[in-house]
Design a binder for this molecule. Structure first.
Ligand code: HEC
Ligand code: HEC
Length: 298
């Protein structure tokens, strides 16, 4: 907060509080007048639609409560932040409180998680307790992209099918989660032209053993060997070190229709798996790794 706004708040707060006290004390009548015998009650002289305002003092309890709130406000403003940039003598912050609660929760869960410390990923994958926690963590952190059942969707890989972009060993899965992944499929339309795109697409159908145009595929084989084999492998079976998918199976991250495949080849794709190592504690990542491992080994 800038110094100006800080003082703005301080001045308004003090003036308001002092003003309230002034109104309170200036209107206070300590002496309670005896009611005149003839039933005439003293009035303030204010009349509203024939209704007169009695001139009675504030009830004592009400007055004391009011003074109490003023004292409370002063104590509060000394202890806690409220006066502009003045942090309060206790040094309390909402962020500090949040961190403290977060730490308490971490400590509590850490105790639960540490019971799984001695287990390998393969053992975690078959441990019913670990599976339950893993499923919950997956629902909170991963399901938005990979689906609540881990089956993925367009652009988000299916984690249950045993087909891996980056590898399905416990180490590879753990690395995918901790450090994230970014797929780099370059755009090819400027390099191989529309004809090359058509040819190589037919070639992909050929190695995938589906229906294809043999003449185009023959041309595509050369295109593939020159431009694609470096990443996707000479046989098109992919390269997990680069996250280059196997193009000879019938599993398609970006759709299996010829037009979608041509779009991928023309314009490229950059799938991004965000790194979780910053947000998630190592013990949670191990449980998630076990859970993902179990999905693919059911
Ligand atoms: C913002 C979306 C998003 C979130 C959230 C996300 N992922 Fe991913 N994940 C992806 C994408 C996209 C890829 C594929 C990256 C690529 O195309 O190269 C991926 C890849 C992976 C892979 C590698 C798959 C393979 O075939 O090798 C694993 C394992 C994985 N994610 C697990 C997780 C787990 C566990 C979580 C939760 C902690 C998670 N992901 C959260 C989008 C996400
Ligand atoms: C620099 C390495 C590299 C080269 C060269 C490369 N690719 Fe890729 N390709 C990738 C990566 C990495 C992905 C995965 C992108 C992602 O995860 O978002 C991919 C994805 C694809 C896909 C999508 C697969 C799916 O499951 O939806 C197709 C199709 C494809 N590439 C075809 C080609 C063709 C055809 C060529 C040659 C003209 C080629 N690639 C050259 C790295 C490469």
């Amino acid at each position: 907060m800038s110094t100006f706004w800080s003082w703005w708040i301080i001045v308004i707060t003090i003036v308001t509080n002092v003003g309230i006290c002034w109104v309170l004390f200036s209107n206070r009548k300590v002496t309670v007048k005896e009611l005149p015998k003839d039933g005439e009650v003293p009035t303030t002289g204010h009349v509203y639609d024939g209704i007169e305002e009695y001139d009675n003092p504030l009830p004592g309890w009400w007055f004391n409560m009011f003074v109490g709130t003023v004292i409370f406000a002063v104590i509060y403003l000394v202890l806690y932040p409220g006066m502009g940039n003045f942090p309060g003598v206790l040094g309390w912050t909402s962020e500090g409180q949040w961190q403290e609660q977060e730490k308490k929760a971490e400590d509590r869960f850490e105790a639960v998680y540490s019971t799984f410390e001695g287990l390998t990923i393969e053992e975690l994958a078959v441990n019913p307790e670990a599976f339950k926690i893993g499923r919950r963590l997956f629902g909170n952190n991963c399901a938005v992209c990979h689906g609540s059942d881990g089956r993925g969707s367009y652009g988000f890989p299916n984690l249950t099918d045993g087909d891996w972009l980056y590898g399905g060993t416990p180490e590879a899965i753990g690395a995918s989660i901790t450090h994230g992944r970014s797929g780099m499929m370059p755009a090819w339309s400027a390099v191989i032209g529309e004809e090359g795109v058509n040819q190589v697409t037919e070639y992909l159908f050929k190695i995938g053993e589906s229906e294809h145009d043999a003449t185009l595929a023959a041309g595509g084989e050369k295109v593939f060997a020159t431009f694609c084999a470096g990443c996707h492998g000479a046989d098109g079976k992919g390269n997990q070190a680069l996250g280059a998918p196997n193009l000879s199976d019938d599993i398609w991250l970006y759709g299996r229709s010829p037009e979608l495949i041509r779009t991928t080849i023309r314009s490229g794709r950059q799938g991004l798996m965000p790194a979780q190592g910053e947000q998630l504690h190592e013990s949670k990542i191990r449980l998630l790794t076990g859970y993902v491992y179990s999905l693919a080994h059911q």
